[in-house]
Design a protein around this ligand. Structure first.
Ligand code: XIL
Length: 395
């Protein structure tokens, strides 16, 4: 979709009818005013850092997000600054997971999640809640007894309704179910599958919808970004839900990828398009690009990584159903990749800011992808034009 078409749709509101907060006419007007100002004052602005992803992405009707961590947020001023400057969507990395937010039967701990939501509100960011139902990061008490189906349903229903209810109207979207499908396409084993059965998926969406009828409800999974059996299974699962009238509104493609296994743009496009044909939104929910497994010069790794970020963002940008792209962390200082898969910086460096919060080639590639289909005068003179980014980078 061209920039002008996206803009027209944003102003008329038709594309984002579930999604009126993404771009409101007033934001578009302000953005255009900012761009006109940039035209006039491009000399001065050339040396200033750009406004970050969030400004550039807004012009496309996209949210650019990051997973945020409560401890870093409270302890690191540069982390806070980068998060607020660059991103307009915040996803609590662990703080809303079952073991964090519901550590004992009937006992909820909202402190960290509340702080992240408050930070997002202060900085005019949306929040995607992550995650209501998953087979992992569960508290010990969930495994301490043999639950009947009825008991397990009660636990899950009251968990979902308590958490979604607390943030009703403040968390705009929820990852309702996480990673329920195995690589071979069958349903992944979990305590919820064992106790409730395959119905747990439909039920969870229905309970979440009851608790907040306006929230965008997402099925989130990994590895289905390629055209493979996993992607087919996620598609079939989503299709079944749509046909049964289950309130599912989107599919999250996690996009934990790496230099040698990133999806081909055509495959990703096909995956997104067939989900869109079901009437679903698509969100790139947890992107990072691992570099530690190959023994290439760092500059080559960075360039290849940048190309992957650029290509995924470009596919998302051009697919009307693709509403957001989120990174799984803020800088290479914090990624889960190190403690999950091993490796250390700089050989492993999955995100787009280095540990000192300096933008890497991947950052510029993403900004460039956002500048790409803009009307020529804005691409040339806009506050995030590639030329100005280059100048800023050399400062
Ligand atoms: C990861 C977090 O980043 C880690 O801090 C935590 O130890 C484990 O979980 N898919 C998901 C995320 O949906 O919730 C996971 O996050 C990464 C894989």
């Amino acid at each position: 979709m061209s920039f002008l078409r996206r803009l027209a749709v944003a102003v008329s509101g038709s594309k984002h009818n579930r999604d009126t907060l993404v771009i409101r006419p007033i934001i578009v007007t302000l953005a255009l005013a900012a761009l006109s100002l940039a035209l006039v004052t491009s000399q001065t602005l050339a040396l200033a850092p750009p406004d970050g992803f969030r400004h550039a992405a807004q012009l496309w009707g996209l949210n650019i997000g990051a997973a945020a961590d409560y401890t870093y947020l409270t302890e690191d001023e540069r982390y806070r600054q980068t998060l607020a400057r660059e991103f307009d969507l915040l996803i609590p990395e662990n703080e809303m997971k079952f073991d964090s937010i519901h550590p004992l039967p009937g006992v909820y701990d909202f402190e960290a999640a509340d702080a992240l939501v408050a930070f997002a509100e202060t900085h005019n960011m949306r929040v995607r809640g992550h995650v209501l139902v998953w087979g992992r990061q569960l508290p010990v008490w969930v495994f301490m007894r043999q639950w009947t189906r009825r008991q397990a349903e009660d636990i899950l229903r009251s968990h979902i309704q308590t958490v979604v209810g607390r943030y009703r109207g403040r968390v705009y979207a929820w990852d309702v179910i996480n990673e329920a499908v195995d690589d071979n396409g069958s349903l992944r084993d979990s305590i919820w599958l064992q106790t409730i059965g395959p119905d747990y998926i439909d039920l969870a969406f229905r309970w979440a919808h009851e608790a907040d009828p306006d929230a965008v409800l997402i099925y989130n999974d990994l590895g289905g970004e390629h055209l493979n059996p996993k992607a087919d299974a996620v598609y079939e699962l989503a299709k079944g839900m749509v046909e049964r009238g289950v309130p599912v509104h989107g599919v999250g493609l996690e996009m934990h990828t790496g230099l040698e296994w990133a999806p081909k743009p055509a495959d990703l496009k096909a995956v997104i398009n067939r989900l869109a044909e079901l009437g679903l939104e698509v969100h790139i929910t947890e992107m990072d690009v691992r570099t530690g497994h190959v023994d290439w010069p760092l500059s080559i790794k960075q360039a290849e990584q940048a190309a992957i970020y650029r290509s995924v963002l470009s596919v998302c940008r051009d697919a009307p159903a693709c509403k957001s792209l989120s990174l799984w962390g803020v800088s290479d200082a914090q990624s889960w990749v190190y403690y999950t898969f091993g490796g250390s910086y700089p050989e492993e460096s999955p995100l787009v800011f280095d540990p000192d919060y300096r933008p890497k080639p991947a950052y510029f590639a993403m900004m460039d992808a956002l500048a790409q289909g803009l009307p020529p005068q804005e691409a040339r003179h806009g506050i995030f034009s590639p030329l100005m980014l280059k100048e800023w980078r050399q400062e």
